[in-house]
Design a protein around this ligand. Structure first.
Ligand code: FES
Length: 143
């Protein structure tokens, strides 16, 4: 490692940006047809001065997106890459301590107590002409 270079380690898979994201921009994530019910897709979204890893899911034909950050400990939820749904596809589950989230609301309904009742950070979506766009979540992260 060259001298003067610092490596930073993070529990999330976010990457620091050199410039702040512009507010009110929307970002293309995927085409509707790319994601069948029960599937998920990870993408990066500029939030503040960080590119945050997020997840897009198709839950029973409806699309939802969240920041990939568990509400128990702020770390990525997919220990196995891009695996968020429980077996059978009913819930989203953090693989570290098994917190379960409602896919359509992001509410934690089971798992470690500090996470229960909290919500994943929702990424607002827009769908236009078969393309899914995401916007920066409106609220700051609490953790
Ligand atoms: S970090 Fe997700 S359940 Fe503990």
């Amino acid at each position: 490692m060259p001298s003067g270079t610092r490596r930073s380690f993070s529990l999330t898979r976010s990457r620091t940006r050199t410039r702040h994201a512009k507010p009110n921009l929307r970002y293309r994530i995927a085409r509707v047809r790319e994601l069948a019910p029960g599937e998920s897709l990870k993408f990066m979204l500029p939030i503040g001065n960080v590119d945050e890893e997020c997840l897009l899911i198709n839950f029973r034909g409806q699309f939802h997106a969240y920041v990939n950050r568990c509400r128990h400990v702020p770390m990525a939820m997919d220990w196995i890459d891009n695996q968020f749904f429980t077996e059978g596809g009913r819930y989203l589950m953090c693989q570290t301590h098994n917190a379960c989230y409602e896919p359509d609301t992001g509410e934690c309904i089971a798992g470690p107590l500090p996470a229960c009742g909290k919500f994943l950070y929702r990424v607002p979506l827009e769908i236009e002409e078969g393309v899914i766009y995401g916007r920066t979540p409106p609220q700051p992260f609490e953790d």
